[in-house]
Design a protein around this ligand. Sequence first.
Ligand code: 5AD
Ligand code: SF4
Length: 430
Amino acid sequence: MNAHDSERIKGMLEELGLGEAADQADADVLVFNTCTIREKPDQRFAAHLAQARALKDRKDETVIAVGGCYAEAQRERLFELYPFVDVAFGPGTIPHLGDWLGAGGHNVARGAFGIAEERTFAGTLPMHRERRFQAWIQVSMGCNSKCAYCIVPRVRGREVSRRPGDIVAEVTRLAGEGVREITLLGQNVNSWGRDLAPDLRTDFGELLRATDAVTGIERIRFTSPHPKDFRDPVIAALAECEAVCEHIHLPLQSGSNRILKAMRRTYDRDRYLRLAEKLRHAIPDLALGTDIIVGFPGETEADFAETLAVVEEVRYDSAFTFVFSPRAGTEAAALADHVPEDVKRGRIERLIELVQRIAAERNSERVGRVEEVLVEGASRTDSSLLRGRTRRNTTVNFAGAAGPGDLVDVRIESATSTTLKGTEAALVAA
Ligand code: 5AD
Ligand code: SF4
């Protein structure tokens, strides 16, 4: 969502006539789109901001704009902490940056715009897309869950669904521009629709069906769903819509019932496992990904062992693993019994090892098969190869003659825990 917000910020600035500078030092305006989900992005931002300040010391008219979730979380203190920042805006108030700069930038009073102001969908702003054949579509903003570790509800506010007609109109327009793959975005994407006015009330399954019906859209992805919101009509739509890819990101967070409860995830281990089973049954050859946090306050060795056991049982194709990072203002930050740093480190290392072993096994099962790949460009590691993604969302490096945006069949020849390697099927035949 943050990366998509950046596309909108960039598109909006371009519309104002502000293009991208070749180098930071040449820029008249420096815009930061911050994340504050864990402490690490906060620290990285502090380092970037120090550099920006040095530039401004040399060139006084440089404008420094700080947007995103960190700006929202720190809105009361941002100007106090960083007096050289000119304008601040939250993730829901991106257009204010345009208004502020459009009004003359550094000659107008500095401003801070945040969640208290009216929030708008970034989807209504111009967008700068890096790839012409792929696009993100924001379907909702905010989140009504209360996960104890998470800062998102505080900085992005309560959930508001975008109107179905607006979403489908955007998808249709993008398809007309050559987009073949869309990713529907929401903090809790599969609860989409429940807050709409009664005459519009619908569900995420219906949205999948409506976007699946748009001519030209060959692949539909979505992120991130919450396990609690996978109701049967949504699962049926996943199974029936041809363009919906066989890949679901299903955040587990922990495998221990005690920790899941403390996290306020509202499901337990068995319910999660039943859902994973149901999804696999409904969607043959489904790839499952997940998010896992280790070292939540009070997590014991036994709790952690439960997480490892669930990972073994589900056999994820991929997983994002995080060390718990206390965020000021969240319920978990105030809990007693924080897990020592070295214990967290030890646990995440063991978890990563397991995740990688299983992902390598899962990927090796693809060897010998032919996979449909959407070509993204040249391989990052070997420029003689192309790079793309399968429907199951695995990166493939392959020998071939296709161009970016093409859908091609690739015969898989080898695998690692994160990538596949192969040869374009037409080349094999030739
Ligand atoms: N510490 C560690 N990981 C977190 N996440 C969210 N908040 C925290 C936190 N305070 C992780 C969750 C979520 C993903 C986007 O980031 O796993 O699913
Ligand atoms: Fe955060 Fe939970 Fe909402 Fe996801 S569902 S954004 S983890 S509060």
